[in-house]
Design a protein around this ligand. Structure first.
Ligand SMILES: [Zn+2]
Length: 175
C-alpha cells in the first residue's frame, strides 16, 4: 500500500505528457497519498539522556535536509516509515536504537540517515551496493529487523533508461 505512492508521483509528475519531465515540487511531494509523519525520540544532548518529548518529522523536513523533493525520497520515506512502524508498534521511534542498510542511492541514504538516526561513524549506517530498492532496518535493543522492498513494477520501466541518459549526458549530480 505504501509503495503505491511512487506510482502516483512518478506517473503523474515525472512522466506527464511529452517532452522534458518536470521535477517534483515540494507541494506535490507533501500531497503524496501516504506522505509519512514519523514521531521520534532523541537524546537531549550528545551525552545526555533520551528526551521525554517526541518530535515529528515530515516530508518537508526530509526535503530540506536532502536538498530536493524526488521520487527516491518519497519511496524511501514511505518504505522506511512502514518498517519503523513494525519495529516500534507504539509509534514512537527511538533514533538512538537503530541501524540501517541501504544501497548507494544518495536519496535513499539521506532519508534513511535522517529517519533512523543511524550514523556511519558508529557503524550503524551501512551501505551495501548490492541492494536494490530496499531498506533493511534493525532495532538494536530488541534484536529485531525488517527488510522492506519496493514492489516490482512500481517504478516505471522507462526510469532506468531515462536515468542512464542523464548520466551519459554528464548532468551534474550530488558531489
Ligand atoms: Zn533525491
Amino acid at each position: 500500500m505504501f509503495a503505491g505512492i511512487s506510482i502516483v508521483i512518478l506517473g503523474t509528475v515525472l512522466f506527464a505528457g511529452a517532452g522534458t519531465p518536470e521535477p517534483l515540487t515540494l507541494a506535490e511531494a507533501l500531497a503524496a497519498l501516504h506522505a509519512p509523519e514519523i514521531r521520534v525520540l532523541d537524546t537531549v544532548s550528545s551525552l545526555g539522556p533520551l528526551s521525554r518529548k517526541t518530535r515529528t518529522i515530515t516530508l518537508a523536513d526530509l526535503v530540506r535536509f536532502h536538498g530536493h523533493p524526488c521520487d527516491g525520497l518519497i519511496a524511501a520515506a514511505s518504505g522506511i516509515a512502514f518498517g519503523l512502524r513494525q519495529l516500534f508498534p507504539d509509534g514512537v521511534v527511538d533514533r538512538t536504537d537503530l541501524a540501517v542498510i541501504v544501497n548507494r542511492s544518495a536519496c535513499y541514504g539521506d532519508v534513511a540517515a535522517y529517519l533512523t538516526g543511524a550514523r556511519h561513524r558508529y557503524g550503524s549506517f551501512v551501505i551495501d551496493p548490492k541492494l536494490g530498492d530496499e531498506w533493511i532496518l534493525l532495532r538494536r535493543s530488541t534484536g529485531t529487523g525488517v527488510r522492506i522492498r519496493l514492489r516490482p513494477g512500481i517504478k516505471p520501466a522507462e526510469l532506468p533508461v531515462l536515468e542512464g541518459r542523464l548520466k551519459k549526458a554528464g548532468c551534474p549530480h550530488d558531489r
